[in-house]
Design a protein around this ligand. Structure first.
Ligand SMILES: O=P(O)(O)OC[C@H]1O[C@](O)(CO)[C@@H](O)[C@@H]1O
Length: 405
């Protein structure tokens, strides 16, 4: 096992070397796992166009290829088949998020104690929705692929929650469709909503809080389906084992409000047991487990062609009361990761997805594509902060309703 581990490290070093020298991407090995033919067919097309090296391939394809290739190295090993090289880092960072996690657990416990008051006060419910949506939005600021150089204090600052912190951050929300999203939600009755998840740890914790708020405190939602990835992906994306780890009381961050935190986790486990919460794959699915729905999330494709490429995913999403896409990569895939003018309407950028199902994207911006904001706003940002599109400080809340049929 040790020898094989050392050989894997050697292979990874060679891969890094090849990347830095702009070498050609090798065909994906036939490892018996999902999407090998799809990745290779696209690579062959890129080769025909002379775009098959690390610096010339489209960024979206190259990044997805990298994580799929990493999986392949482990999948074809003898002893490391189920190994997630990022698991320890994900858990460590989650355990370091104790301050924010415990504060959120206290907030949730306070909501519980006011349940009847909230239920009869539509204005209060709306205000709470905004707070929850923003908490879940900023939960996306702390993913490990971007923050490898941050100290625990930096991360804690990003995770500061509460009304004041949220008010201070409002000006960083460049597009804000929260009102439209809430109006839509209030038209639902006992609906199912879907979360296309992004990062494990703190972000997943905020997703669960948001989901808990919607099912426990509103009459609009009664079921939430969470869609994880089946392989280690973009460092910190949620896999089924990450989901299980978050719901395991033995891996909770240490902190002052452990009673409230344990209560929240117990409720989520009860929701999973009675079907109020569900994972789109079996909860004990191992790394690399396949099915048509879960495979699609680790393909290199933008989402415009979901209907053609993954009809089961399409059917599942079309049956949802609201599909919440978390994070930057989902936003890139929703908009095709193309160089849209910034004032392109989000509805236009999502192409054939517009109107198919109610869609809410909660994204802090870590990549170049940004749509749905006035040109003047982008120009002002360009003038004062050249990294505004990629530094994770700015966010977009983008909603498209279901179209008339
Ligand atoms: O976890 P998120 O929000 O999807 O962010 C992933 C983003 O991080 C990067 O890998 C690096 O910034 C981007 O390429 C990618 O879009």
């Amino acid at each position: 096992m040790l020898e094989e581990g050392k050989a894997l490290i050697g292979t990874l070093s060679r891969l890094k070397y090849d990347m830095a020298r702009d070498r050609a991407l090798e065909p994906m090995p036939a490892d018996g796992e999902a999407l090998v033919d799809e990745y290779n067919a696209e690579l062959a097309r890129l080769e025909e166009r002379g775009q098959n090296t690390w610096f010339t391939a489209p960024w979206l394809y190259a990044e997805c290829y990298l994580y799929r290739l990493l999986r392949s190295l482990f999948a074809t090993s003898e002893h490391w088949k189920l190994f997630d090289p990022f698991f320890a880092q994900k858990l460590y960072t989650y355990k370091g998020s104790g301050t924010a996690v415990h504060r959120l657990a206290v907030t949730l416990a306070e909501l519980e104690s006011e349940k009847h008051i909230i239920a009869n006060d539509p204005e209060k419910l709306k205000v709470l929705f905004h707070e929850m949506a923003q908490m879940c939005l900023w939960g996306n600021a702390t993913d490990l692929s971007l923050l490898t150089n941050m100290t625990p204090e930096d991360i804690e600052n990003l995770q500061t929650i509460g009304r004041d912190a949220q008010d201070a951050r409002k000006e960083f929300i460049l597009k804000d469709d929260q009102n439209a999203a809430w109006e839509h939600i209030t038209t639902l009755k006992d609906a199912r909503i879907d979360f296309v998840l992004d990062n494990a740890g703190f972000e997943l914790f905020t997703d669960l809080i948001f989901a808990d708020f919607l099912v426990s405190h509103t009459p609009f939602v009664s079921k939430v389906v969470f869609h994880p990835k089946s392989i280690p992906w973009f460092v910190s994306d949620v896999t089924p084992p990450d989901f299980a780890a978050l719901l395991d009381v033995t891996s909770l961050p240490l902190g002052p409000a452990s009673e409230q935190l344990e209560r929240a986790v117990a409720r989520w486990n009860a929701y999973l047991a009675d079907g109020t919460f569900a994972l789109s794959v079996p909860r004990d699915a191992a790394i690399g487990a396949q099915d048509e729905i879960v495979n699609f999330w680790t393909s290199p494709w933008p989402y415009w062609d979901i209907r053609l490429r993954a009809p089961k995913v399409w059917d599942a999403l079309c049956g949802s009361g609201l599909v919440i896409f978390k994070g930057d990569l989902n936003y890139r895939k929703l908009t095709g990761d193309v160089r849209w003018p910034v004032d392109t309407p989000f509805e236009t950028a999502v192409g054939p997805l517009a109107g198919a199902f109610p869609l809410l994207s909660l994204r802090t911006s870590k990549a170049d594509v940004v749509v749905g904001i006035p040109r003047s706003v982008a120009e002002a940002l360009d003038a004062r902060d050249e990294k505004w599109r990629t530094n994770g400080r700015y966010a977009l809340v983008s909603f498209v309703p279901r179209g008339e049929s």
